[in-house]
Design a protein around this ligand. Structure first.
Ligand SMILES: [Zn+2]
Ligand SMILES: [Zn+2]
Ligand SMILES: [Zn+2]
Length: 241
């Protein structure tokens, strides 16, 4: 009989059949990193590795305690356990500072805060981005990564974070999905269509036609003057007659 090593997919299926819930999302990054090391291709920065260890530490500890009913210190070995625990502790403490500062800011919409707390640094992939100042308008402060010290300006940071989170592929659009953003008529920034607000300058826009009350699709927002394209067309035609 051919020997078969259990791969990650095999483990996931086995766990599912045993009704064991594990946050695989948090472990996926670690798995990719492990594969890269195996192929001598590890480009992850210290900041991103700290995040991976911190993200996976609690998942591993819970699994060992809840399902294996073992002491994680013993199973992992005290040295390994202590290294992971201290990395997790430092990371979580840093993250808490980031959250506290971000929470003190005023946002055009709370969605911006929610996205900023989950975004990762474009330089080092850590999740430790925070504001330079506290208790000001979010658009009036700069931002910094506590892991690699890279600086970000507000507009760039939020635009990239929203683009990443709400990316609609060309394929989705070809299949009929509407874009989730549009260009802000005031500042050319990122107009967050779901809420009709520009995340860069706070400009708000009505997304419903004045005449027929139908929603205006993002593709028409820029030329939108209160009426949808068919109402505008009908009105223009009446002028011609
Ligand atoms: Zn960074
Ligand atoms: Zn704007
Ligand atoms: Zn209309």
């Amino acid at each position: 009989m051919k020997k078969k090593t259990v791969d990650v997919q095999g483990i996931q299926e086995r766990f599912k059949s045993l009704n064991i819930n594990v946050n695989w999302k948090k472990l996926n990054e670690v798995q990719t990193y492990r594969n890269n090391i195996e192929h001598y291709y590890a480009t992850a920065s210290p900041g991103s590795v700290q995040k991976m260890i911190s993200d996976s530490f609690i998942v591993i500890v819970n699994f060992i305690q809840d399902h294996l009913e073992e002491d994680p210190r013993e199973l992992l070995g005290l040295d390994t356990y202590e290294v992971m625990r201290s990395i997790d502790e430092v990371y979580e403490a840093d993250k808490a500072i980031c959250l506290q500062k971000l929470k003190s800011l005023n946002y055009f919409t709370n969605t911006i805060y929610e996205i900023l707390v989950t975004t990762t640094c474009s330089g080092c992939s850590s999740g430790l981005i925070t504001s330079s100042e506290t208790n000001v308008d979010a658009c009036d402060t700069d931002y910094i990564c506590r892991s690699c010290n890279r600086g970000f300006d507000y507009e760039n940071l939020v635009t990239k974070a929203f683009e990443k989170k709400y990316a609609v592929s060309f394929r989705d659009i070809a299949n009929g999905a509407e874009d989730t953003s549009s260009e802000c008529p005031e500042c050319d920034g990122y107009l967050f269509y779901d809420e009709g607000v520009c995340i860069c300058c706070g400009h708000e826009i009505s997304l419903v036609c004045d005449v027929c009350d139908t929603p205006i699709p993002p593709s028409e927002v820029l030329g939108f003057d209160g009426t949808c394209s068919s109402c505008t067309y009908r009105w223009e035609k009446m002028q011609d007659e």
